[in-house]
Write a protein that binds this ligand. Structure first.
Ligand code: GTP
Ligand code: MG
Length: 211
């Protein structure tokens, strides 16, 4: 059993921000969960933190409109970003959100990693690719999480994982790919391992300085 380095179950709600200007101070290390609406972002956060209703989940796509921020530990935050690509959202609202999402990825100093969640049955849509491209351009580490893995049987699941890993090479960045299910917790250890490494990075650099 993998023992996670950080106490993800001790994560607590911090703030809901209507836009990126209202986020907590830009210090420490931040990791954001992004993806199309309904991809399973809030569910994954709840699974990670072992809390049923920390991040709100919904059957109605586009439910999370605010940027919800959570405290994992001192100066370590998790962010639940609003979903993109929901057809019923007016174009002007979509464009405004895409613009502020781009701004957030490029300007936020504390943002070190981006988890891009994609339904394993519909991976790498145009907006997902755009987001991954932006993230790599901004020097962020990226984890592509193929969600709702319980919806596929093992063969097709493995096949999709390998295809997405292959396709992810084109982004030429620090891009990792895993499957995940909030329903049966498959992939939870892998998610924790990746987040552990992102949140420990500054410590490693400090340790090297000291030695
Ligand atoms: P928005 O906030 O609207 O952008 O959506 P979201 O990405 O936060 O998705 P959310 O976690 O609310 O999940 C959307 C729907 O997918 C809900 O009905 C969840 O129950 C379902 N769902 C999420 N994860 C899984 C999973 O691993 N397996 C299955 N079978 N269903 C899931
Ligand atoms: Mg949500």
């Amino acid at each position: 059993m993998y023992k996670a380095k950080f106490n993800y179950q001790q994560t607590s709600f911090l703030t809901s921000a209507p836009d990126i200007n209202a986020l907590p101070p830009d210090t420490g290390i931040e990791v954001a969960f992004a993806g199309r609406s309904n991809a399973g972002k809030s569910s994954a956060l709840n699974t990670l933190t072992r809390q049923n209703s920390l991040a709100r989940t919904s059957k109605t796509p586009g439910r999370t409109q605010l940027i919800n921020t959570f405290r994992l530990a001192d100066e370590k935050r998790l962010i639940d970003l609003p979903g993109y690509g929901f057809a019923k959202v007016p174009l002007a609202v979509k464009e405004k959100w895409q613009k502020s999402l781009g701004e957030y990825l490029m300007k936020r100093q504390s943002l070190k990693g981006l988890v891009v969640l994609m339904d394993i049955r519909h991976p790498l849509k145009d907006l997902d690719q755009q987001l991954i491209y932006w993230a790599v351009q901004s020097n962020l580490s990226v984890l592509l999480l193929l969600t709702k893995a319980d919806k596929l049987s093992p063969g097709p699941r493995k096949k999709t994982l390998l295809e997405v890993r292959e396709a992810s090479l084109a982004f030429m960045g620090d891009v990792t790919v895993h499957t995940f299910s909030s329903l049966n917790k498959q992939g939870l250890t892998e998610l924790e391992q990746v987040l552990d490494s992102w949140y420990s990075r500054d410590e490693e650099a400090d340790a090297q300085h000291e030695s």
